[in-house]
Design a protein around this ligand. Sequence first.
Ligand code: NIG
Ligand code: FE
Length: 415
Amino acid sequence: MQVITHIKGLVQVLPASVPCVKGKDMQELEVLGDAYLLFDQGRILDFGSMETWKAKAQDYAGVEEIDATGRFVFPTFCDSHTHIVYAGSREIEYNDKIRGLSYEEIAKRGGGILNSVDRLRNSSEDELFDSAWERLQTMCAYGTGAVEIKSGYGLDLENELKMLRVIARLKQKSPMTIRANFLGAHAVPREYIGRQTEYVDLIVREMIPAVAAEKLADFVDVFCDQGFFTVEDTERILEAGAKYGLRPKIHANELAASGGIQVGVKYKALSVDHLEHVGPAEIEALKDSGTMPTVLPGAAFFLGMPLSPVRTMMEAGLPVALASDFNPGSSPSGNMQFVMSLGCVRYRMYPEEVVHATTINTAYAMGVEAELGSISKGKKANFFITKRIPTYEYMPYSYGDNKVESVFIEGVRRV
Ligand code: NIG
Ligand code: FE
């Protein structure tokens, strides 16, 4: 049993029964001043003011104490949208974009999803595991305790299974909470260009049954957008996934009002992600849907895309989640502290809102809200202690720096 004492602010205290925080409620954040946090066997046992702790400390003789004077404690971030299993990197594409090369030129010179596919197909499972493991450690050091990871750089049966097996190994080895998402429909692979429907047939008839037979995925994803997969393709894939209990979490409305949000809601998606193109019809579809609107500020920042209308969605009473989209093409960073800063600076979200958006709402978007996403009795003891900082608002304000000093996952200090 351990106790953190003299916590300057214990942030994001919620009843364990709250599945997510919506609309105006996102402006309220419970922060307990001068607090303690007691945990045992990987779970949060109790918390409260130091006054209360002083009164009960004698009942807990021998409990190990960690003094957090001047420091805040937050629940670890849940990063509900990532592509961290990949081979190589794509700074060539970054460089080319800065210099104004066209999409075709960039693809020819080594950019784009299909170039990551070539590299992944030429990599061994061990190589992929090692590089993804390193990314996971860095994410943890920045305060992330739960991660959803997608396949989608294999785009054939063998290589999609290879990616998903890497994710399964990460799940097994890491104490972090990990969920796997099968994204066979990330792009049409080179060998199927011009034959998109046949590729969708392959996903539906061969890939999904094989993935399900090995129990390698928790979710199914489709890049439902202009120039990628259509609403009809998406329906076929989500229906096939549903037969095996794979809940959708999909890429939608990044490049156009693709119908992706509506189809996601129709198939009870846990989340629809990106959402640069959202209007009244999309907002109406999301109301009371159980589908978490998830925005990826890192990708919009990195690609210079239009901003998702986050304030309008919250004003309509919707919840909003923010995830990193860590991937080699559009968001080569899994730093959720920076995601918070982008939420505040670019989307004009309040510090309180970005805390909800990166903890409880992303926990919901990966189906782990009963275990993670807040400081609540009985939830996993996944939290971080900050460096000495003046206020909780300092977290998004001081962008770029790592303000996290130590990270506890299931009650054990990992960083
Ligand atoms: O989420 N939008 C689709 N896919 C990724 C980009 C992947 C890549 O460029 O490698 C995304 O941003
Ligand atoms: Fe993505």
